[in-house]
Design a protein around this ligand. Structure first.
Ligand code: SF4
Length: 109
């Protein structure tokens, strides 16, 4: 299952984390929601493979510990999503399609 690119229509904002929005539902530690809006990472799909973090040319992602999550116990947090240059590398390399990048999404909210 890939991230839902229309998540802003189907989910609600539940919190702010490290300067970005978290879209629920969240029920820690097993359910963590989607982190980010312009650069959105579905933490419940992510397996912590790290390709996005390694390939991003402007260091948008930072590891965050997620102990107890069934898919992986580390996730790439889009902590610097405002730096994103929309190259789409992270979207292309993610093995489980957990990332969606849409620069227009912030403006539609
Ligand atoms: S689209 Fe490019 S610049 Fe933006 S987060 Fe992904 S890899 Fe980084």
């Amino acid at each position: 299952m890939a991230i839902d690119p229309k998540f802003e229509d189907t989910r609600e904002v539940v919190e702010q984390h490290e300067g970005h929005t978290v879209w629920g539902p969240v029920d820690e530690p097993g359910q963590l929601g989607i982190h980010g809006t312009h650069v959105a990472v579905d933490f419940d799909i992510c397996i912590g493979d790290g390709a996005c973090l390694e390939d991003c040319p402007v260091d948008v992602f930072e590891w965050v510990d997620t102990p107890g999550h069934p898919e992986s116990e580390i996730k790439p947090d889009p902590a610097n999503e405002s730096q994103c240059i929309d190259c789409m590398l992270c979207v292309d390399v993610c093995p489980v399609d957990a990332i969606d990048v849409d620069p227009g999404r912030e403006g539609r909210l």
